[in-house]
Ligand binder design. Structure first.
Ligand SMILES: N[C@@H](CCC[C@H](NC(=O)CCC(=O)O)C(=O)O)C(=O)O
Ligand SMILES: [Zn+2]
Ligand SMILES: [Zn+2]
Length: 402
């Protein structure tokens, strides 16, 4: 249980007669299936947002398409001029990859042994469906809406992520519109729904390095400079370096090589260049400048001519104390009996764009086992559970601001 002083004052959920979880599950499953059968490989939305837009319109929401071709974006709200709680998510999915690794068709939703199978079932069409169903039931309850409820959805989260939520946030900022709290539905849970929520994310930094040597006959080593020798020495150092230690909320900074290329075109010629790309997920103990300076010095030490190109994909962010976090913690512990771990592990998320506009961001969704893998699947019973928790969050957030 929580210490009393961090609990929101009242449990408003207790005062409401909630729909049966089974009913929520059936509705969420049906909408999830409709979304999964659309092959929305990033940045293609494949009609998912139209389905959602139609349902939100029926609830009396004002929908704005903020598309930026080929990306589709939807911003919806009740336009009540009250502080806003926004549900944030994406309809795009990563490509299925090697089809022979799949036991089912990626874009054919199949229910088998208690699981719903299909690309996007984990990440994150089911969570988008759960958000919509939770709001439909919340509206049906007829409670007073003390906060405006918004939806911010995109088809560009898995790809470049440049014309998706970032674009929507820029449009809202340009007209002075604020989002007070954001609930991102990325699959934050580990073993059981609600056992882990994300309260921030590490930064992401990518670099491409080209080391230039001297090509020549492999049988005359004194006449050649093989850049692979320097590249492997350098990578060995960078891959084994302890960049920093984990802190209370952040895992340590990590370094991963994602591409390595050298090819002279023949077996008896050493290559003229070695090229590699690495990605770092960095904690707030680092800065981009610090990492760049360190790595550039090490590359220069190779003694070879080189070229480095940097790309800052994401800055780290964290939401420390916030109402939305308290409410999510309260709802999970009251619903499933355990307090979620507060995490910042995993990839980056669109939460970073909202954090930049001062929004309090929390990510809470289904279990992330199998994310981006072949044979993606979720437990069907988890769908009802997640929807009921989203519904309780809506009830509690609206009560708290009465
Ligand atoms: N390429 C874009 C956006 C990449 C976002 C991606 N995020 C996830 O996979 C989320 C997974 C999770 O919930 O942990 C990533 O981290 O690469 C960019 O780099 O900006
Ligand atoms: Zn995702
Ligand atoms: Zn993803």
């Amino acid at each position: 249980m929580f210490a009393r002083n961090i609990l929101p004052t009242k449990n408003f959920v207790q005062q409401v007669s909630l729909p049966p979880v089974e009913e929520l599950q059936i509705a969420t499953l049906s909408l999830s299936r409709a979304l999964i059968e659309r092959p929305s490989i990033t940045p293609n939305d494949a009609g998912c947002l139209n389905i959602i837009e139609n349902r939100l319109t029926k609830l009396g929401m004002a929908n704005e398409r903020m598309d930026f071709a080929p990306v589709s974006n939807l911003f919806s709200s009740f336009q009540s001029n009250k502080p806003m709680l926004a549900f944030v998510g994406h309809t795009d999915v990563v490509p299925p990859g090697d089809l022979t690794s799949w036991h089912t068709e990626p874009f054919l939703p199949i229910e088998k042994n208690g699981y719903l199978h299909g690309r996007g079932s984990v990440d994150m069409k089911t969570a988008v469906a759960a958000m919509v169903i939770a709001l439909e039931y919340f509206v049906k309850l007829g409670l007073k809406q003390n906060v405006d409820i918004g939806f911010m959805l995109t088809s560009d989260e898995e790809g470049e992520a440049v014309h998706g939520i970032k674009h929507v946030v820029e449009r809202l900022q340009a007209r002075g519109q604020k989002v007070n709290w954001a609930l991102v539905g990325e699959p934050s849970s580990e073993e059981k729904v609600g056992d882990s929520i994300k309260i921030g994310r590490r930064g992401s930094l990518t670099a491409s390095v080209i080391l230039k040597g001297k090509q020549g006959h492999v049988g005359y080593p004194s006449q050649i400079v093989n850049p692979v020798k320097q590249a492997s020495k350098l990578l060995n150092k960078l891959q084994h370096k302890q960049w920093d230690m984990p802190s209370r909320f952040f895992p340590a900074t990590s370094f991963q090589v994602v591409k390595f290329h050298c090819d002279s075109g023949a077996e008896n010629i050493s290559p003229a260049t070695a090229e590699f790309v690495f990605n770092m997920r960095y904690s707030p103990k680092q800065t981009v400048e610090k990492l760049q300076n360190y790595i550039e010095k090490k590359v220069a030490k190779s003694g070879l001519e080189y070229q480095i190109t940097w790309k800052v994909d994401a800055e780290p962010f964290i939401t420390r104390r916030s109402l939305i976090r308290k409410v999510v913690e309260q709802v999970t512990s009251n619903s499933v009996g355990y307090k979620p771990k507060l995490s910042t592990a995993g990839g980056t998320s669109d939460g970073r764009f909202l954090a930049q506009m001062g929004t309090q961001v929390v990510e809470f969704g289904l279990c992330n086992k199998g994310i981006h893998q072949a044979n993606e699947k979720v437990l069907i019973t988890d769908l009802g559970l997640l929807t009921s928790m989203y519904l309780k969050i809506l009830i509690q957030m609206n009560g708290l601001n009465a």
